[in-house]
Design a protein around this ligand. Structure first.
Ligand code: MRU
Length: 339
C-alpha cells in the first residue's frame, strides 16, 4: 500500500472510510473541521498517527475556508476548531501533539497577511503528514533488523498504513522485513470490539501477499503455549514515562509474552511519545456499550446488560523489550535520553 491514507486536495481532505473496509472502499471528502471531528468520533478515521494528521488537516480546513477579516479572528476560529477536535478521542496523543504543533507555529509568526497565515497552516499540516510517512519508513528499516527469516510475528489491532499516513508502524516493520526478502508469517488478532485486526490488518497484509493468519483475541495464550509465534510487534497510542498505552488487549498479550519468553516490541513514531506524563494522568477512552453488546448492529447479549468498553489498556514498560521509533531501537529505560 504505497498510496496515502489521507491527502489534502484543493481545500478538501480525502481519506478512506475505515468502517466500510474490507468489503467496500469508500472515499470520504471532508470539507470542514466539524466533519473531520465526526469522522474521528465514528472511527471512519482512526489509528494514532493518522489521528495526528487528521487533526492537523481539520485546522487546515478551518483556515482555508475561513471568512475571518483579522488575524485575531482567524486565531480564535482555529482555537475553536482545536477544541472541537480535542474533544473527539482522548487517548492517542498524536491528535493533541499535531494541534499544538500548528497553533504554536501560528502564534510565533509575525505575519499579518491572512492568506500567508492560511498557507502556513496548510503547509504545516502537509509537513506533519509527510513526516509521518518518513518516520514510518525509518521505523520499518530499524525494526526489520529485529526480524529473522522464518519468524512468525503476532500483531494486535491495526498499526498499518491505514492507521498512519502511510506504510504503518508495527506493520511497517513487518512490511520492511518482507521487502528485504525475509520469509515471515503474521498472526493477526481480530481485536474486539471494533475488529481492526480482522477487518484492516488482514486486508493490508493480504493486499501485499504477506502470509497472515487470523485468530480471535482469546486464542493468544494457546498460540504462545504451542510456540506458534516467536515475536510480537504492536503499535502505540501513547508512550508515557511508565507504560505503553495501546489497543485494549495489548497488556494481556505482553504479560503472556513475558511468561513465554517471546520478545515484545512496540513500534511508534516520536509523535506518540508523551514522556512528561505517566499512565495515571492519561484518560483511557470508554466507548459506547453497544460496541460490545452488538456485532454489526445485531444484539448478541441480553438487553440492559452492564458493559465495560475501554478502548485502550496500559502495559507497564517492564513488559516491553524494545521500542522502535524513527530515531532507532531503544530499551524502555533509555527513552528518557531521547528528551
Ligand atoms: O481505536 P483505534 O483503532 O484508533 O486504535 C488504534 C490502535 O490502538 C493502534 O494500535 C495504535 O493507534 C497504533 S497505530 C500505528
Amino acid at each position: 500500500m504505497n498510496k496515502r491514507t489521507i491527502e489534502w486536495k484543493n481545500g478538501k481532505v480525502r481519506t478512506i472510510d475505515q468502517t466500510k473496509l474490507p468489503h467496500e472502499q469508500v472515499i470520504l471528502e471532508i470539507t470542514s473541521c466539524r466533519e473531520m471531528a465526526e469522522a474521528i468520533k465514528t472511527m471512519k478515521i482512526r489509528g494514532a498517527p493518522l489521528l495526528g494528521a487528521a487533526a492537523a488537516y481539520a485546522l487546515a480546513l478551518k483556515a482555508y475556508h475561513s471568512k475571518a477579516k483579522t488575524k485575531e479572528q482567524l486565531l480564535k476560529e482555529l482555537e475553536e476548531c482545536a477544541e472541537t477536535i480535542r474533544k473527539t478521542r482522548p487517548t492517542a496523543v498524536n491528535l493533541f501533539w499535531a494541534i499544538d504543533q500548528i497553533l504554536e507555529k501560528i502564534s510565533n509568526v509575525k505575519e499579518t497577511n491572512l492568506n500567508d497565515i492560511v498557507r502556513l497552516v496548510v503547509e504545516e499540516a502537509n509537513r506533519i503528514a509527510d513526516d509521518d510517512v518518513e518516520a514510518n519508513r525509518k521505523i520499518g528499516e530499524y525494526g526489520a533488523s529485529l526480524i529473522r527469516d522464518g519468524d512468525v510475528i503476532l500483531t494486535h489491532c491495526n498499526a498499518g498504513a491505514l492507521a498512519t499516513v502511510g506504510y504503518g508502524t508495527a506493520l511497517g516493520v513487518i512490511r520492511a522485513a518482507w521487502e528485504q526478502g525475509k520469509k515471515i508469517r503474521v498472526i493477526a488478532t481480530e481485536t474486539r470490539p471494533k475488529l481492526q485486526g480482522a477487518r484492516l490488518t488482514t486486508y493490508e497484509l493480504m493486499e501485499e501477499g504477506i502470509p497472515v493468519t487470523l485468530i480471535t483475541d482469546n486464542m493468544v495464550g494457546y498460540i504462545m503455549y504451542r510456540k506458534l509465534v516467536n515475536k510480537i510487534v504492536v503499535g502505540a497510542d501513547r508512550i508515557v514515562s511508565d507504560a505503553v498505552i495501546n489497543k485494549i488487549g495489548t497488556y494481556t498479550i505482553a504479560v503472556l509474552a513475558k511468561e513465554h519468553k517471546i520478545p515484545f516490541y512496540v513500534a511508534a513514531p516520536t509523535s506518540t511519545f508523551d514522556l512528561k506524563h505517566s499512565s495515571k494522568e492519561v484518560t483511557i477512552e470508554e466507548r459506547k456499550p453497544d460496541e460490545v453488546t452488538c456485532v454489526f448492529g445485531k444484539p448478541i447479549a441480553p438487553k440492559g446488560v452492564k458493559v465495560l468498553n475501554p478502548a485502550f489498556d496500559i502495559t507497564p514498560l517492564e513488559y516491553v523489550d524494545a521500542i522502535i521509533c524513527e530515531k532507532g531501537i531503544f530499551k524502555p529505560r533509555d527513552l528518557k535520553n531521547l528528551g
